[in-house]
Design a protein around this ligand. Sequence first.
Ligand code: 0PR
Length: 381
Amino acid sequence: MENLDEIVSQLKEWYSRTPKHFEGAILGSMTTWPHPIGVYAYQLFIHVNGNDPVVFPIVQELEKELLATVGSLYGSRYGLFTSGGTESNILALFVAKRVSRGKSDVVVAPSTVHASIDKACLLMGSRLVKIPVNPLSPVDPDILEKYVRDYNPFAVVVTAGTTESGVVDRVKEASEVALKHDVYLHVDAAFGGLLIPFLHKHGIIDSDLSFYPGVSSISVDLHKNGRAPIPSSLLFFRDETYVGKACFEMNYLPSGMNCGLLGTRPGASLVASWAVVKAIGLEGYEKQALLQQDTALYLFKELDSREFVEVFKPVLPIVVWKSKLYDYVEMVKKLFEEGIFLYKSPSLQAARAVIMPHVTKAHVDALLKALDKIHARSGFD
Ligand code: 0PR
């Protein structure tokens, strides 16, 4: 057996080489440094199986509280805690298929939809029909309606904060289409769920996010802008009976039931999410959203002032730009070599920076410095 001291020193060595969000290099992913109270709660409840509410009733109690607090933003307290946007999206479509009668085995969504919707459809053997859209614009409700009329889908998915450009589909208009055609509407707000209600309140964005009458479910990730440890997400339903449709009979379990896709699951992340949401509070998320948006606009303005860049105006704190010197894959690679980690936005052939809660203006300045450096001596300096 290996000496534990050796393992610890090996772990410490790996840890020192692992990038940490607060150091400023992680600018492309939608992850962030978790709130310390979440880390504390996670460690304390590390032994808890979230799939066993009989032995660990705290799981159910805190899930209820968490749903009520966050759900007050959208007008529903029914739903379940999941492991992330992917599980939430798969479950939402699974429930949609279970509750829809007389519809085709088709899901309709704008082409900006997240890849987990493709995954869900592949898993269920359903066909995903994508509406070609400009990645910088929300889907046109009239075109959405045309697709719904033509395909008679069992579900429609729109996104409140798209992965590649942060665009917000118009949930209210999509809800009217869903209501008129009696079709299940799922809103993927994995990224935008904890930004949109606040930015809308302050008049920064037009669209709001809510359970308008035609909306059946909304997913909101807590391990993104919620600052909870990974894996943490919420899936809300408009109707309590839909929650049951996301559950499966499992007679040998004390509760006789298993809800969600995972079996044994980290109860620690649910308790940690509760602690983080309690500590930050909705007012804290509101302040944070305004700060994120402010930093994103700062980056946008700085990029816009550079001749070697074409930048798109951010809707949510996701800033996307192209270089006039490099292909976007090459630009992301060059910046990686400078110690800055960005993601790609293939639909726009551009680089993507996400201004998550840990990102400061100093981090943005370091990114700008690296960008200036790789464009120096190019005729653009
Ligand atoms: N819906 C939207 C709109 C998303 O942007 C994402 C993920 C999901 C659903 C899926 O969420 P989970 O990853 O929690 O299941 N967006 C992340 C991003 O763009 C995706 C990601 C995936 C990041 C894998 C890193 C990675 O290694 O940053």
